[in-house]
Each structure stands twice: as structure tokens, then as C-alpha cells.
Design a protein around this ligand. Structure first.
Ligand SMILES: *Cc1c(COP(=O)(O)O)cnc(C)c1O
Length: 407
């Protein structure tokens, strides 16, 4: 059997192959960037049409009640809760990851006296570090960015919190959530987990792992659409002590009593700020519904098979690339990254051939392995095309070069 035939045979035997038809995937594209922007779920098209024409167009403002717009943050949050092992009421959909990080950091620090610094990771996703630096500045704290292997030993009594990204956006390296949370808890220090590259990518059970606080992204593995809102998880026991720094009317106990004085809503509703972006939320719900129906454990097993398949093909066909993602599945997420000094023009050449992955500075080619709609043939095709690009030096064409970069 040829490599291609073997890949097709594996796809034909894949019980998860049926999920692909739920997505719009252009015929001329192999999409390996669902970890950055998930593709369009077919259902989202009819959901959006209904939301625009019937709900907004006809029902108008009555929709807040008749179409439960007002309940969308909690309703969709409840569905996401099911994906991360949490209970309904422990997740709410709101704002962006960045804004949610700010709200959580501040709400936690306001409960803790005598702390001097926040700890995060050197090379964390930029927004996490930027927001943490801004919040630390306002709160009179220092932000310490430390290499991953120095973080646990640096936790001290005067550490305000840890802000850690569970699966690293560049390399895919995954923290041991249970071990790090336990080590921090032993010193009384809370951890905020950023699940942007984890939710819908790896099996999660936040209560089992002792997690108290988390944020996550709607437009990556949840396929919620461009700019989809994000979510916040707070374990039940920690909700009543939270005081959001952004005291908006949607987080008020009685938003429609129009009172002068702010009183936080009960539970996680208090983390809402302003009027939710309903159209984005409804589009997102279509993506979340698909993920909620899929078997996360089976997806994760297929993710590992796709990873091993790609790692093997790359080592044989494109040995000039150095894999930087962990080989041990327990230590990674659902994307695979390779270092190459010319990753930028190579990625451009791949895109010109319809293979969409992405480049992450300074030298990373990042490929999202999303088992919900990708198969073995996609992987085979990607490596075949990449091999051709490298053999022919096609990546050296001027149109792919750094000089042509638009920033
Ligand atoms: C994608 C991503 C974000 C996105 O933040 P937004 O505010 O929603 O743009 C944040 N953190 C990490 C680790 C991410 O991967």
C-alpha cells in the first residue's frame, strides 16, 4: 500500500470521520489552523440566519426573553462546563480572554493582603503577560515572568497568584495542572489557568485537578467564530468572594431595577460587565454544541494518532525540521510545532499550496491537529506538499520572503 492509500484506509476506519461533514471546509484547502480560528460549523449558518432574520429582524427587543438572549452567557457557559468537568454555574461566557484575565486577577488580589507579586511564564502568550503587567501595575504588585521549570519553586507566601497557560501556544507543551495547582495551594496561592489551547483539545477535569480559576477561548477548538466571546471558570466555593473590578450593570444583582448603588449578582453572573455580544454568542453556541456531542476521549486518542503519524512522516520526509512539541502525549496539547530557521517563507509557500498552518516568531511552523474534522490523508498531503517545497527550494521565491511581509 502506498502512503496515501494507507492514510485513506485509516480515515475510512475512523469512527470520528463523520464529524467532518458538520463543517464548511473549502475543497482546495487543508486546514491546520483550527487551533487559531476554528472553521465554520454548518449549523452556525442556519443559527445566524435565524438570529438575524427572525430574532433580531422580527422579534426585536422581545428576544431578550422570548429567545433567551439574556440567558446566553449562562446557558453556553453551562455547555462549556460539561467539556471541562465543571458543574453548571461554574462557567460563564463573557468578553475576551484578555478582559477576563484582568477581571480575575484583580478580583483575586482584592481578597488577598500582604502579597507582592504575580508569577507567570517567560514566553507566555503575549496578552496574558501584558494584561498581568497592567493589572499588577494598578494593584501595586510586581509581575515575575519565570522559565517553566522555575515556577513551582518560586511560589512563596507573598505570591498573589500564578497565571499559567495550560497548553503553550507555540510548542504545545502542557503543564501538569493537578501538580502545579496542588503545589500552589500548599502555600495558599491561587492559580488562574488559561485554557485557550486546551478546551476542546485535551480532556479536562478541572475539579479533579483542584483548579479554582480558569479562562478560555471561544474561537479556537470550540469553533465559535472570529472574535467569539471567551469564558471564565470559577469553582463554586470561590465565587461569592469575587469582586470584579469592572462593575457593570449586567453583573448587578438586579440589572433591571436600575439602581444607583452596585450590588454584585450572586454566583458567576457578577463577572459579566456590559451587554453581551448576542450574535457572536449564538454563533459560538453552534460550535460548542458540536464539541459537546463529540466524545472528548476519542478525539484525544485520534489527536495522538494524528500527531504520531505526522511526527513519523516529517522525520522521514522533512528531517531538516526539528520537532519542538513533546513526544509524550501527557505533556502536550493538540498541535505540533517544528522549528526551522526559514519557517516564515516555508509557511507562506505552504499557504500558496492550500495548506494553512501558521508561523510563530521567531522560527516555528505550527500545525493544528484538530481530530474533529481532520484525517490522516490531510496529514499525508501536508507532508507531501512540504517535502516538495523543500526539495525544489520553492520556499526561496521572492514572494514568500520576509521582504514581502505585510505587518
Ligand atoms: C488565543 C489566546 C488568547 C486570546 O485572547 P483574546 O483576548 O481572546 O484575544 C489568550 N491567551 C492565550 C494563551 C491564547 O492562546
Amino acid at each position: 500500500m502506498s502512503g496515501l492509500e494507507e492514510a485513506r484506509a485509516r480515515d475510512a476506519a475512523d469512527p470520528l470521520g463523520q464529524w467532518r461533514k458538520h463543517f464548511e471546509l473549502p475543497k482546495d484547502v487543508t486546514y491546520l489552523d483550527g487551533n487559531s480560528l476554528g472553521p465554520l460549523p454548518r449549523k452556525a449558518k442556519s443559527v445566524m440566519q435565524d438570529a438575524v432574520e427572525r430574532q433580531w429582524g422580527h422579534d426585536l427587543i422581545r428576544s431578550w426573553n422570548s429567545n433567551d438572549w439574556i440567558g446566553a452567557p449562562q446557558r453556553i457557559g453551562g455547555k462549556i462546563a460539561g467539556l471541562i468537568g465543571a458543574a453548571a454555574g461554574e462557567v460563564i461566557v463573557a468578553d475576551s480572554v484578555s478582559v477576563n484575565i484582568f477581571k480575575l486577577i484583580t478580583a483575586i488580589v482584592r481578597q488577598r493582603g500582604g502579597t507582592t507579586h504575580i508569577i507567570s511564564e517567560t514566553g507566555n502568550f503575549p496578552t496574558d503577560a501584558h494584561v498581568a503587567a497592567g493589572a499588577a501595575d494598578i494593584l501595586g504588585l510586581e509581575l515575575k515572568l519565570l522559565p517553566r521549570d522555575e515556577i513551582v519553586s518560586a511560589i512563596a507566601d507573598d505570591t498573589a497568584m500564578l497565571l499559567l497557560t495550560h497548553v503553550h501556544y507555540k510548542t504545545g507543551t502542557r503543564f501538569d495542572m493537578a501538580a502545579v495547582t496542588a503545589a500552589a495551594k500548599a502555600k495558599g496561592v491561587p492559580v488562574i489557568w488559561d485554557l485557550s489551547h486546551s478546551t476542546g483539545a485535551v480532556p479536562l477535569d478541572l475539579p479533579r485537578d483542584g483548579a479554582q480559576y480558569a479562562v478560555g477561548c471561544g474561537y479556537k477548538y470550540l469553533n465559535g467564530g472570529p472574535g467569539a466571546p471567551a469564558f471564565i471558570y470559577v469553582a463554586k466555593d470561590h465565587q461569592e468572594a469575587l469582586r470584579s473590578p469592572l462593575q457593570g450593570w449586567m453583573g448587578h444583582k438586579r440589572p433591571f431595577a436600575f439602581e444607583d448603588a452596585y450590588e454584585p449578582a450572586s454566583g458567576l453572573d457578577r463577572m459579566l460587565v456590559g451587554t453581551p455580544s448576542i450574535l457572536s454568542m449564538l454563533a459560538m453556541e453552534a460550535g460548542v454544541d458540536i464539541m459537546a456531542d463529540a466524545d472528548m476521549q476519542a478525539l484525544w486518542e485520534k489527536s495522538q494518532a494524528l500527531f504520531d503519524y505526522m511526527a513519523g512522516l516529517m522525520a522521514a520526509r522533512c528531517p531538516q525540521f526539528q520537532m519542538v512539541s513533546p513526544t509524550d502525549a501527557a505533556e502536550r496539547g493538540s498541535h505540533i510545532s517544528f522549528a526551522h530557521e526559514h519557517a516564515w517563507p516555508i509557511n507562506n509557500a505552504l499557504i500558496a499550496h492550500g495548506v494553512i498552518g501558521d508561523f510563530r516568531a521567531p522560527d516555528i511552523l505550527r500545525l493544528g491537529l484538530t481530530p474533529l474534522y481532520l484525517g490522516f490523508e490531510d496529514i499525508w498531503r501536508t507532508v507531501d506538499i512540504l517535502g516538495g517545497i523543500m526539495d525544489s527550494d520553492e520556499w526561496q521565491k521572492p514572494q514568500y520572503s520576509e521582504a514581502a511581509k505585510v505587518t
